[in-house]
Design a protein around this ligand. Structure first.
Ligand code: ATP
Length: 236
């Protein structure tokens, strides 16, 4: 076992009376890519919302590097955990550069921010070319790249990506998945939420499969890819 980075224990959450998570437990080790898979409405986004403190769980615990994760969004970012949310949530009336700087707003280390910006631009040269354009003028793929880079600008040790492939052309999806592998090589741990299970498993170390608010399966990426019953039942 490697060093545990994020540990979610028996997490439950609800929207009013509707339960969305039932005793969900997951663990991410340092330096790994871990996927959370499952069809529409399985609870994947709700899990991420609870981890990044955008939603208050009804039960369970979340710890990061062995300590309770703070329950305020900016403190979660400060602790080293960021999020590229579902739907990207780019600031349409701000430039690419300003969107990226929003990601770094809690940092005072200007020289390091500049280095990280250069790194983001080497990952996605397209964003460098378009740095003065408004977020709202980017294509879907560029917006996804921007959402990932904005999450990286806080210099996280763990970044959570919610459906980065959604609605994008296969060639762009491949580029984004290559970048996710590159991030891992550079030491960032990744929690990847995806409906595109095969693609996600192809770059993951391990994965959890969710269905109606619960984890129904977990294992290494190879085990899950080889599990025919699973791929038929949950992964389409
Ligand atoms: P998707 O890929 O469609 O986002 P998901 O696995 O991320 O699916 P969630 O969005 O976490 O699933 O939804 C889990 C359950 O909670 C679903 O039954 C969904 O209808 C419900 N739900 C999600 N958001 C809300 C909300 N704001 N209010 C009420 N119910 C919600």
């Amino acid at each position: 076992m490697g060093q545990s980075l994020l540990k979610v224990d028996n997490l439950s959450a609800a929207y009013g009376g509707i339960k969305a998570l039932n005793n969900v437990s997951i663990e991410i080790e340092e330096g790994k890519i871990v996927s959370v898979l499952g069809s529409n409405g399985a609870g994947k986004t709700t899990l991420l919302k609870c981890i990044c403190a955008a939603m208050k769980p009804t039960g369970g615990t979340i710890s990061f590097r062995g300590k309770p994760l703070p329950n305020k969004p900016h403190e979660v970012v400060k602790a080293g955990l960021t999020h590229a949310p579902e739907g990207r949530q780019i600031l349409a009336n701000m430039t690419v550069m300003d969107n990226l700087m929003v990601g770094a707003y809690l940092r005072n280390d200007k020289a390091e921010v500049k280095k990280d910006l250069e790194y983001a631009f080497t990952l996605f040269p397209r964003l460098k070319e378009r740095q003065k354009q408004y977020g709202g003028h980017l294509s879907g793929g560029e917006q996804q790249m921007l959402a990932i880079c904005r999450a990286l600008m806080a210099k996280p040790s763990l970044v959570m990506l919610d459906e980065p492939s959604l609605g994008l052309a296969p060639i762009i999806v491949s580029q984004i998945f290559d970048i996710i592998k590159e991030l891992k090589k550079n030491g960032t741990s990744i929690l990847l939420v995806e409906q595109n299970a095969y693609k996600a498993l192809s770059i993951s170390d391990s994965a959890y499969v969710m269905s109606v608010g619960s984890i129904v399966k977990q294992g290494s990426a190879e085990e899950l890819l080889a599990d025919k019953s699973l791929t038929e039942a949950y992964l389409g």
